[in-house]
Design a protein around this ligand. Structure first.
Ligand SMILES: Cc1cc2nc3c(=O)[nH]c(=O)nc-3n(C[C@H](O)[C@H](O)[C@H](O)COP(=O)(O)OP(=O)(O)OC[C@H]3O[C@@H](n4cnc5c(N)ncnc54)[C@H](O)[C@@H]3O)c2cc1C
Ligand code: SF4
Length: 332
């Protein structure tokens, strides 16, 4: 691990001013914020991340979960994943978020991990984590050995010829389905970004994963007021029952009246290069009867653009069944 300077900035302005000196906020950043450290320190030990300065943001005032004046929810960036999952409002009004968080990682990791850090967790692609191997995400232009190598767990949606890495987050899949907004404070001021615009597709620049620029600090995430009488489900399919990343997952927020779907929000995890919201599937559900034929049709729509690699064709059917079953469970 590279020797680094550990700093506790006294306030957000100091944190932002120091981080703004970094040339990038993406792969290779030489200044990094630290929440729980469960991604950052892990990758520093592997020399995948080599920041010269680490800014501990845990004492900054972003550790609250608050109801907003319009009835939505404001979640601070340093709120721990466990605290969010067990928050009473979240459990009652946004259960899909609580379910998604509790199906991720382990209790110990969720006790440390923060909301901001979860948004920025990195892919589990084995080549990305091994500095002896080429990887376009880690070393732009070096190549993508996953395309001809081990790709069983990697993406079938949103990939490019430069990178096929999956976004591994569970929490982000629920936030995508809940249409969250990410709030950022940076050297140029404050801005808000719709959740679906926050993560970027790899294209020809897989090292660039989000819209963040040097100095940009995520301060909080907001949720809209919950749909009245919505039914919410997060279903995660994986190789073992706990402490494992998703091969396919689905976050579903449905409202149903007299057997007809009146609102639908759908996102998939484990299959996309970013948390995969599907407006097409939502359109395929809205106004239709809440039955298996409708659910399967929506699943076909989401996966129709899927491009499998040599080892992960099975994910297409797995993801379809995952979404169909999540919808069926929500509607029951
Ligand atoms: C063994 C293991 C298993 C796991 N399994 C799962 C799983 O099944 N599902 C799942 O979803 N996740 C899983 N995870 C990932 C885990 O959820 C993440 O490591 C965690 O959410 C990251 O949060 P953190 O606060 O520790 O981030 P950190 O490590 O502190 O930070 C991660 C990144 O975010 C940046 N950052 C942090 N906060 C901010 C901010 N406020 N503004 C701007 N940048 C910021 C940091 O600079 C860093 O680049 C697993 C992790 C491990 C180690
Ligand atoms: S899939 Fe992406 S992260 Fe994995 S080796 Fe290829 S470029 Fe690197």
């Amino acid at each position: 691990m590279r020797i680094f300077e550990f700093i506790r900035p006294p306030d957000p302005a100091a944190a932002i001013a120091t981080a703004a000196q970094s040339k990038t906020a993406q792969q290779g950043a030489d200044v990094r914020f630290m929440g729980g450290g469960t991604t950052l320190i892990d990758l520093m030990k592997l020399n995948v991340e080599t920041p010269a300065r680490v800014l501990d943001i845990n004492r900054l005032p972003f550790d609250k979960i608050e109801t907003t004046s319009d009835g939505g929810l404001k979640i601070g960036a340093t709120v721990r994943n466990s605290d969010l999952a067990y928050d009473k409002t979240v459990q009652l009004a946004y259960p899909v978020l609580s379910q998604a968080i509790l199906q991720g990682a382990s209790a110990q990791i969720r006790n440390m991990a923060t909301v901001g850090g979860n948004l920025l967790q990195r892919t589990r692609c084995v080549y990305f984590r091994d500095t002896a191997m080429p990887c376009n995400k880690r070393e732009p232009g070096s190549g993508c050995p996953a395309i001809t190598g081990h790709n069983r767990t990697l993406a079938i949606l949103g990939a490019s010829e430069h990178c096929i890495a999956t976004n591994p987050s569970d929490m982000c899949v629920a936030l995508a389905a809940l249409d969250a907004t990410v709030h950022i404070q940076g050297p140029k001021g404050i801005r808000r970004v719709a959740f679906d615009d926050f993560h970027l597709l790899p294209g020809s620049t897989p090292e660039r994963e989000t819209v963040l620029e040097p100095g940009d600090l995520i301060t909080h995430v907001t949720l809209m007021p919950p749909f009245k009488r919505s039914r919410q489900v997060y279903l995660k399919l994986r190789d073992r029952a706990s402490y494992e990343f998703a091969l396919a997952s689905a976050a579903v927020v449905l409202t149903i009246g007299s057997g007809t779907i009146t609102q639908a929000r759908i996102a998939l995890g484990g299959v996309g290069t970013k948390p995969w919201r599907s407006p097409e599937a939502e359109a395929a559900l809205k106004g239709k009867p809440a039955n298996d034929a409708t659910f399967r049709e929506a699943a076909e729509v989401v996966l129709q653009g899927a491009k499998p690699q040599s080892e992960n064709r099975f994910k297409i059917e797995l993801a379809k069944r995952c979404l169909t079953h999540a919808l069926r469970t929500a509607a029951a």
